[in-house]
Design a protein around this ligand. Structure first.
Ligand SMILES: [Zn+2]
Length: 189
């Protein structure tokens, strides 16, 4: 968890660092041998072939690229994304630094990242997983990040409002009961 030095990284680690002066975090999977596989997304400028190490070992296939760790962090601190954290930790930690789901074994994470790089796609999650964090979370767990799925559900709700109404009813009922109790409480005091 937390910050790590490059020499401490292990293949299969999900790493992130600040880009553009902290405007956003960029995420990738460290695959060993000083290389990182990432979904380029907003960070299209960090491409293979930009340094000697990348020239020798870099690969680019559509949005997915393998670049060297130095080009990835660009001199910024690296963080390691935590997996299998508690619900409480997930709520209290900074967004985009941890996940409640457990991670796969490291060799499977590396294999997943290489598979996506070689096939140049994002599997069946293509529709709603579209950023570098989702890519890394998908490699680590086999699942796309849930907030993206929630976004998908919201879109569905927009298209089919009845679904939203049905989903909201129990919540509204619970809220009413809660309100009723607190009002009664006020009446007593
Ligand atoms: Zn490089």
């Amino acid at each position: 968890m937390g910050k790590k030095l490059v020499c401490e990284l292990e293949a299969g680690d999900h790493i992130y660092c600040k880009r553009r002066g902290g405007l956003y975090d960029h995420h990738g999977i460290y695959v060993g041998d000083n290389m990182v596989i990432h979904l380029a997304g907003k960070a299209k400028k960090i491409q293979p072939y930009s340094c000697q190490e990348c020239k020798n070992k870099g690969v680019i296939n559509g949005e997915i690229a393998k670049i060297c760790i130095h080009c990835f962090h660009g001199g910024k601190n690296l963080g390691v994304y935590a997996y299998g954290v508690s619900y409480f930790q997930h709520k209290t930690r900074k967004n985009g630094t941890c996940c409640i789901r457990a991670a796969r074994p490291p060799h499977e994470v590396v294999a997943a990242a290489i598979h996506l790089l070689e096939h140049g796609g994002f599997g069946r999650y293509n529709l709603f997983a579209n950023n570098c964090e989702d890519f890394a979370v998908y490699c680590k767990t086999g699942f796309a990040e849930s907030k993206q799925i929630m976004g998908h559900i919201k879109r569905l709700t927009f298209m089919f409002p009845i679904v939203g109404v049905i989903a909201t009813l129990p919540l509204a009922a619970a809220y009413t009961v809660h309100k009723g109790i607190s009002q009664r409480g006020h009446g007593l005091t």
